[in-house]
Write a protein that binds this ligand. Structure first.
Ligand code: GLY
Length: 400
């Protein structure tokens, strides 16, 4: 039976790929067909990856480097992305085997609800349990998410007005806040809504507002790390950790900013967040170092552009954000955002970036960059690239 399913799937994928290529040659492949084919593939590839770790208690996929699987336990900041990807695949395929794995891998992240030593609890719990809750209304998930939001709240210092991102490098940074931290506010907004405790929302807005004030340059590019003086509450250092230089535009950081202010507007309807998202989008779309296919280099200011690595994760975060943002702006601007996001998705769905079934360690997309300066995870698949790609596809599907 398993063999028959495998043969059937291979033939189906072959057929879709042929149609895809033939139509692409004619310049006529519809975006709908691309999205549907991407989910057919994502289902198979995700099941392949899920099966790999199913009996390895507590382990979650992280990457695939030098032809070897790389996994992590739930402590790694990315632990929520693979379960989140499975939820997106389940949402779009209704496959019960995918659901089973989504639940299994989501459970593996649960202990992170008590994380108070870094800000990533938002990524870990909201991408996994948050999507699971959205789709199943599982009562247990409510408790996990609320506990996680309470843990994240412990990292807020009212004197500074922001959630502290990291506890390391204390000799250098008094109170480091990274642009990525914007992504964790969605959990706080959910908790405010769910519990009626408005302090969650007050913290989220304060963090978003102070980030807008201090992380951004006049051209709407952003610093990676801003460290605050804990007495004055003012920045004492603006630096990078994963970008090319303190003054450069690290690509994923720019995408986190775009995504963050887009959902802050969705959730609060405060115009200042919409304006910020529009300014960031404008900066990115028109950046002289943005390639024609809109898959950014790992840092827009790397002196090696164009002979350096692309970061697919920056592209998927950006695509997903632009698709959402297109609903909040006037028609002409919305079309512009959708054109960029569509270009990104078409390229990502092509063999240049999408792996073959059973290859790439079971990840969907190739060519992401974790931290170039640390020579860590350079030009590899990463769970968050797949996660935001599947989210972008889901958002496109809802527009069909
Ligand atoms: N939040 C860490 C990163 O974007 O690499």
């Amino acid at each position: 039976m398993k063999n028959i399913i495998l043969i059937y799937t291979t033939l189906l994928l072959g057929f879709i790929s042929c149609t895809f290529n033939k139509k692409a040659e004619e310049g006529k492949t519809s975006l709908n067909l691309i999205v549907d084919s991407a989910f057919v593939f994502a289902r198979q590839q995700s099941l392949f990856l899920a099966e790999k770790y199913k009996d390895q208690e507590g382990r979650l996929p992280r990457s695939f480097e030098n032809n070897k699987d790389v996994s992590s336990d739930s402590r790694w900041w990315c632990s929520g992305f693979f379960p989140g990807s499975l939820w997106y695949v389940f949402e779009n395929t209704a496959d019960s085997a995918v659901l089973k794995y989504a639940e299994l891998y989501t459970d593996r992240v649960e202990r992170e609800k008590y994380t108070t030593d870094n800000h990533d609890v938002g990524f870990m719990i909201y991408c996994s349990f948050g999507n699971g809750y959205r789709l199943t209304h599982n009562k247990h998930y409510e408790e996990v998410m609320l506990t996680a939001a309470q843990s994240l709240r412990t990292r807020y210092n009212p004197q500074v007005g922001l959630i502290r991102s990291w506890d390391h490098n204390k000799d250098k940074w008094q109170y480091p806040v990274i642009i990525d931290n914007l992504m964790n506010l969605e959990l706080m907004l959910w908790a405010a809504d769910f519990s009626g405790d408005t302090t969650f929302k007050t913290i989220a807005l304060s963090h978003a507002d102070k980030t807008m004030k201090h992380h951004f340059r006049p051209n709407y590019s952003s610093y990676h790390v801003v460290s605050y003086d804990t007495i004055s509450g003012e920045p004492h250092l603006k630096q990078t950790h994963q970008g090319y230089s303190d003054e450069s535009s690290w690509s994923r950081g720019q995408a986190w900013g775009l995504y963050g202010y887009t959902y802050m507007y969705r959730e609060t309807k405060e115009e200042r967040y919409l304006n910020q998202a529009k300014h960031i989008a404008n900066y990115l779309i028109n950046h002289p170092h943005m390639p024609e296919d809109y898959i950014p280099y790992w840092d827009y200011d790397s002196p090696d552009v164009p002979n350096t690595y692309r970061d697919v994760s920056a592209a998927t975060v950006m695509a997903s954000a632009l698709i959402e943002l297109s609903d909040f702006v006037d028609e002409a601007l919305g079309k512009q955002y959708m054109k960029v996001a569509e270009t990104q998705v078409r390229v990502l769905a092509s063999p240049e970036y999408t792996a073959k079934l059973g290859e790439n360690g079971g990840f969907i997309l190739k060519h992401s960059v974790g931290s170039y300066p640390a020579n860590s995870e350079v030009d590899v698949p990463l769970t968050y690239a797949d996660y935001y790609y599947l989210e972008a596809l889901t958002r496109l599907k809802k527009k069909q």
